[in-house]
Design a protein around this ligand. Structure first.
Ligand code: SF4
Length: 436
């Protein structure tokens, strides 16, 4: 008898795409998906361990779902915890969550069908070389698609749990990446994002990241190519020049700087100085004056003084990122930062975060306002939240809302920006705009 599964995802794009891979693995073995957890035979939670809050949320959800089955007539569903929290805690999770059945780490998803059918309480959390080549992901979004190009990370930034839960860096074979990109483009996907924890250090034999990017641009035809996440220490000149020269590589870059203080960057083990970071930004803007830039920042890292924090404020003010993802430092057990001296009190981390949020909101509004009246190419992604509106993205990842239009998802349209509300914009199609 065919089993139904329900899947819930937490965390980054890597997890979102891993959930598409999990669906591909399960559906190729006869499982079918359901949107209703209450009617599923198997409930899978793909967890994120990057911040403590994310971990607490997923464990709370697992325990709530576990409790709900007692009200069901159809018996208990199998509850499976996947992703980074599964990898981090392994078997010990069974003692904490009595309704949990399986714990499966990011490298072991190929085992899911067998583990589910076996229905023993067990964990699979080995590190393997698998990059899931050959698995056909069940894509849940159109016309935007993710393609994993590498897994794991070798950097060991002192606050980050990723190298411990995703293992060492390994790059996927470039031919299989390029054929996946070409197939997505033929199927009408307008935006393809190359994914990896540190894409710039991608390496498959002689194929470096910049080489892969050039080939990806050609394999993608008219589709846009984006990539995430870049590391400032590994972003090479060659990558910047490929971005500038290939028309369908989006002039958009997410480049986390984390702190504006060299002392803090050293304690974070980031491997670059503030000046080196600023040199990268200058290079990018020289090559692509309209490039859209976003970043990540952590406030209240252990030992961050008021003067260090002020340097972060200065950097945010001087670069004027179009968007920024701001976080207060969260301890992750097992990382090097946990043993650093001089922790910043929680209230101070939060107050510094609030300060940056206010500053960035102002910058985002000012930078978005500069687009008023300009014409931009957008990719229609589907209906917006409000009836009668359509949502779309620019190559710089800004959301643009259109009123009363009826374009097919996947169409490229030229629009004039009529209003900006932070990262969300409103626009109207330019007459006779070429729709590709
Ligand atoms: S580069 Fe640093 S922050 Fe990013 S995944 Fe690797 S260790 Fe974590």
């Amino acid at each position: 008898m065919s089993m139904t599964y329900y899947i819930d995802v937490y965390g980054c794009q890597m997890n979102v795409h891993d959930s598409e891979i999990i669906s591909g693995i399960l559906e190729s073995e006869g499982f079918s998906s359901t949107e209703k957890p209450e009617s599923a035979d198997v409930i899978l939670l793909v967890s994120c361990a990057v911040r403590e809050h994310a971990e607490t949320r997923v464990l709370g959800r697992a325990s709530q779902l576990g409790g709900q089955w007692r009200d069901r007539k159809s018996g208990k569903p199998l509850i499976v915890l996947c992703g980074c929290v599964a990898q981090e805690h392994g078997n010990s999770l069974f003692a904490r969550l009595k309704d949990l059945d399986l714990v499966v780490g990011p490298d072991c998803y190929r085992d899911l069908p067998a583990l589910i059918r076996n229905s023993e309480r067990e964990s699979a959390v080995d590190f393997r070389e698998s990059d899931y080549t050959g698995i056909e992901p069940v894509r849940k979004e159109f016309p935007r698609a993710y393609v994993t190009i590498m897994r794991g990370c070798n950097n060991f930034c002192s606050y980050c749990i990723v190298p411990y839960v995703r293992g060492r860096e390994r790059s996927r074979n470039s031919d299989s990446i390029l054929s996946e990109i070409a197939a997505l483009s033929r199927s009408g996907y307008g935006e393809i994002t190359l994914l990896g924890q540190n894409v710039n250090s991608y390496h498959d034999g002689d194929t470096s990241f910049s080489e892969l990017l050039r080939k990806a641009a050609s394999a993608a035809g008219n589709s846009w190519i984006k990539f995430v996440t870049s590391h400032p220490k590994d972003l090479g000149n060659e990558t910047v020049s490929v971005m500038a020269s290939e028309k369908n590589i989006c002039e958009y870059l997410h480049l986390p700087f984390q702190s504006g203080s060299d002392t803090v960057l050293r304690r974070m083990n980031r491997g670059y100085s503030v000046q080196e970071y600023l040199d990268r930004i200058a290079l990018l803007r020289d090559a692509m004056p309209d490039i859209v830039l976003s970043t990540d920042v952590i406030t209240g890292f252990p030992g961050e003084s008021e003067a260090d924090f002020q340097k972060t404020v200065d950097l945010l003010e001087s670069v004027r990122f179009d968007n920024a993802f701001l976080f207060k430092y969260s301890e992750r057990t097992g990382t090097a930062a946990c043993s650093l001296e001089n922790p910043v009190p929680e209230a101070e981390r939060l107050s510094r975060l609030n300060h940056l949020q206010e500053l960035q909101r102002k910058i985002t509004v000012e930078e978005s306002g500069k687009l008023m009246g300009k014409t931009l190419s957008i990719l229609i992604t589907g209906p917006a939240k409000q009836p009668g509106q359509q949502a779309s993205r620019t190559e710089g990842n800004r959301m643009v809302i259109l009123e009363g239009t009826d374009f097919s998802p996947g169409s490229f349209v030229d629009v004039r920006i009529t209003r900006a509300d932070g990262w969300t914009h409103f626009g109207e199609p330019v007459e006779n705009s070429a729709i590709r």
